[in-house]
Design a protein around this ligand. Structure first.
Ligand code: SF4
Length: 217
């Protein structure tokens, strides 16, 4: 049932939204993902932070440092100052330094390409790992953030409490052919229509498939 429903949702969303490679992607334009290392750092910095602030912090940081060694050469105060536009910049300073040291000690300064190794890095959680696997290493894992989690729960495709549980469920339910771009469609829907405070259900192309809509209207 949920499998059939999610296929119908993907069909609708894929007609509505462009994939990131086709649209005016802010990350691409600003070079936030021009190397695997920059992608990893940008994703780490992006948690709980609006894209505009992520871009400001990343531009400031990448003007000074674009490799693990160059980040380690910055003092903690310098690094914190550069990434100050993002949320939790003190914690992220600490994690970035530890993660860079791990890359140098264990991976010759390169970003590892397996889920297991990525998850062992300080400050790199499930969402960061799934994004790296999908966008950088050609995998087809669907990354789940707060927007994707919300949309899928409102639709009634999953009934989950955490992003991690949603990620497990949606990766199990989604047919392979939709996995590559599912995150991109779902996140755009969550940011533009199925927004947190008051979803724009009257504009939603998936309302005929939505449990929340059926209950509320
Ligand atoms: S109908 Fe409303 S709650 Fe359901 S997916 Fe669309 S915007 Fe979200």
């Amino acid at each position: 049932m949920a499998k059939k429903k999610i296929e119908k949702v993907y069909e609708k969303l894929s007609n509505e939204y462009e994939i990131f490679a086709e649209n005016d992607n802010e990350w691409e334009k600003n070079g936030l993902n021009s190397t695997d290392f920059k992608s990893l750092v940008s994703v780490m910095l992006s948690t709980m932070t609006h894209t505009k602030r992520v871009i400001r912090a990343c531009n400031a940081l990448y003007d000074k440092a674009t490799t693990p060694k160059e980040i380690l050469d910055l003092s903690d105060d310098e690094l914190t100052e550069l990434i100050k536009p993002v949320a939790h910049y003190n914690r992220k300073t600490k994690h970035l330094k530890e993660m860079c040291q791990q890359l140098i000690d264990n991976h010759n300064g390169e970003v590892p390409r397996t889920e297991k190794e990525l998850l062992e890095l300080q400050g790199v959680g499930r969402k960061c790992t799934d994004i790296m696997m999908n966008f950088n290493f050609g995998g087809d894992t669907i990354a789940v953030d707060t927007h994707v989690h919300r949309v899928l729960n409102r639709l009634g495709i999953v009934e989950t409490k955490s992003n991690e549980d949603t990620a497990d469920e949606i990766n199990r339910l989604t047919p392979k052919k939709y996995k590559k771009h599912a995150h991109e469609w779902l996140i755009q829907h969550g940011m533009n229509i199925c927004i947190s405070r008051k979803p724009k259900c009257e504009e939603c192309i998936a309302s005929s498939l939505c449990d929340y809509y059926e209950k509320e209207f």
